[in-house]
Design a protein around this ligand. Structure first.
Ligand code: UDP
Length: 513
């Protein structure tokens, strides 16, 4: 379906090196190419294989699409980081006490790639650069060559509005404790949160500085691409455009651009379960009777919490698919599972240890609900499939996404997670069972399901020709074609001071090590 664009647009996509960031960007590259653009994905060596496999799969299905990869050098050891650290999966599995600092160091050290990015931009002269929010330095790199930089945050309009409003009004500073609820002043909808859930890092901390830089680099950018659709969150899409970003285009749900079985099955990592086997299991269940439980690409729980989840799912007396990310070697005792559990729940339950074909599962008619950590990709995939959800946020911006699902859209039921997961609050088996039952066949389940179903229909319509996301992408591409190149002279740029501040922090962290 190559189309209207006569002068070919070339888009460089630079996703952050984590599955939750790369997966939607690959979908986005595919989307742009299917609308006539040429797409190039930029990454580092550790992520090359993952991207390469996905691109090959896409090209098998769509031989006409122009999508390529450019690999940047990221010498972890020379940068003072452990080998292989240029992928967030590595950090998640890094069990040393300073694992938290490692992520911070990775955020800061990405600056190392600025010269490679600049020389690639200089030689290829792309039409624009779509770079992850964490590459705060990329706006200036692109501007040096008159190339517009777009920011991709990978989250909802709602969360973006919350962040902006929190920064402007600071309502979290007006309450006395971390668990005292406050209303996010200035934001439509009287959204109630606690400072802990809002998770705003103080400005004088490294993470606070990074978030400030994210916001400055966004203000200086050409605009923001949002993986959402207008009908889902119209008040917040409007609010963001009027109060927050200069310009934003909604082009999602991006997952819906995977239409063939193979594309949906191979969207993330290679699954640990044969897709057909998984679908056969689902086929044996009545429509809407299965709850799908998954917490994103890497989230892990303590054994104690896992035992509560196991007992809760069994106690709910519903069918379930539970995706577990654990690192045990084969044959090792699994302390997180009650004795004889799988034998006992055989028939009702399926445990997937590792990567699951989430899109195929969510779209199956047997699935009636989704227990999610509210990572935006998962939340939007659940919405796109018209599913009600049990919300179990753990950190990052997940509490904001949860408020969208529970307070605004009213398609979610909170499991009882009120604090960041690092605080260690245990969610009991009773809470798990209650929330699951409520979503599958509770008193308000039918109304909730109806609301979710309508949103799923709207999501699909948004990406079809003439739909709101389809049209916004057309507008964006037209605007790009009309963009007049204005080379920004180096002396005019203002953010170099920020870079220097970054480098001070990087050096400080590295000398601590
Ligand atoms: N995913 C998957 N199978 C899994 C776990 C995750 O396909 O076993 C995909 C999921 O469909 C989503 C992405 O990985 O597209 C996870 O992104 P999300 O924003 O939900 O969470 P994150 O991993 O970033 O916390």
């Amino acid at each position: 379906m190559k189309n209207e664009v006569s002068e070919q647009i070339h888009v460089l996509f630079f996703p952050f090196m984590a599955h939750g960031h790369m997966i939607p960007v690959i979908d986005m590259a595919k989307l742009f190419s299917s609308r006539g653009a040429k797409s190039t994905l930029l990454t580092t060596r550790s992520n090359q294989e993952f991207l390469h496999k996905r691109i090959e799969e896409i090209k098998n299905q769509n031989p006409d699409l122009e999508i390529g990869i450019k690999v940047f050098d990221f010498p972890c050891v020379e940068l003072g980081l452990p080998e292989g650290c240029d992928h967030v999966d590595f950090i998640i599995s890094y069990r040393k006490p300073d694992a938290g600092d490692l992520l911070l160091k990775l955020f800061l050290s990405t600056i190392y790639m600025n010269q490679q990015l600049e020389s690639f931009i200089e030689t290829t002269k792309p039409t624009c650069l779509v770079a992850d929010m964490f590459f705060t330095w990329a706006t200036e790199s692109a501007q040096k060559f008159g190339v517009p930089r777009l920011v991709f945050h990978g989250t909802s309009f709602f969360s973006l509005c919350c962040f902006n409003t929190m920064r402007t009004h600071e309502p979290h500073k007006k309450v006395t404790t971390n668990s005292t609820p406050f209303v996010i002043t200035g934001l439509p909808g009287d959204i109630v949160m606690t400072p802990e859930q809002a998770n705003v890092p103080p400005e004088d901390t490294p993470m606070g500085m990074i978030m400030k830089a994210v916001s400055e680099s966004e203000s200086n950018s050409f605009g923001v691409l949002v993986n959402s659709f207008y009908e889902l969150e119209p008040a917040y899409a409007d609010f963001y455009r009027s109060v927050g970003a200069k310009r934003a285009w909604h082009i999602g749900p991006l997952s819906l651009f995977n239409r063939e079985f193979a594309e949906k099955a191979q969207r993330g990592k290679k699954g640990v379960i044969d897709e057909q086997e998984c679908l056969k299991w689902l086929e044996s269940k009545t429509p809407g009777s299965v709850i799908y439980v998954s917490f994103g690409s890497g989230a892990k729980f303590t054994n104690e919490q896992m035992l509560e989840i196991a007992a809760g799912l069994e106690g709910s007396q519903q069918n379930f698919i539970w995706v577990v990310k654990k690192n045990e070697k084969q044959g090792e005792k699994e302390d997180w599972l009650p004795e004889g559990y799988e034998e006992r729940t055989k028939g009702e339950g399926l445990i997937i240890r590792g990567w699951a074909p989430q899109m195929l599962i969510l779209e199956h008619k047997a699935v009636g609900g989704f227990v999610t950590h509210c990572g935006w990709n998962s939340a939007l995939e659940g919405i796109s499939m018209g599913l009600p959800m049990v919300t179990w946020p753990r950190g990052a911006e997940q509490f904001y996404n949860e408020k969208l699902l529970t307070q605004v859209l009213r398609i979610g039921v909170n499991v009882g997670a009120t604090e960041l997961v690092k605080k260690g609050k245990l969610i009991s088996r009773e809470e798990v069972a209650k929330a699951v039952r409520e979503v599958i066949d509770g008193e308000e389940a039918e109304e909730r399901r109806e609301r979710a179903k309508k949103l799923g229909e709207m999501a699909k319509a948004a990406v079809e020709e003439g739909g709101s996301s389809y049209n916004d992408l057309s507008r964006f591409m037209e605007e790009l074609k009309c963009y007049k190149v204005e080379k920004v002279e180096e002396e005019d740029t203002t953010c170099f001071t920020l870079w220097n501040a970054f480098l001070v922090i990087v050096n400080k962290l590295f000398t601590i090590q």
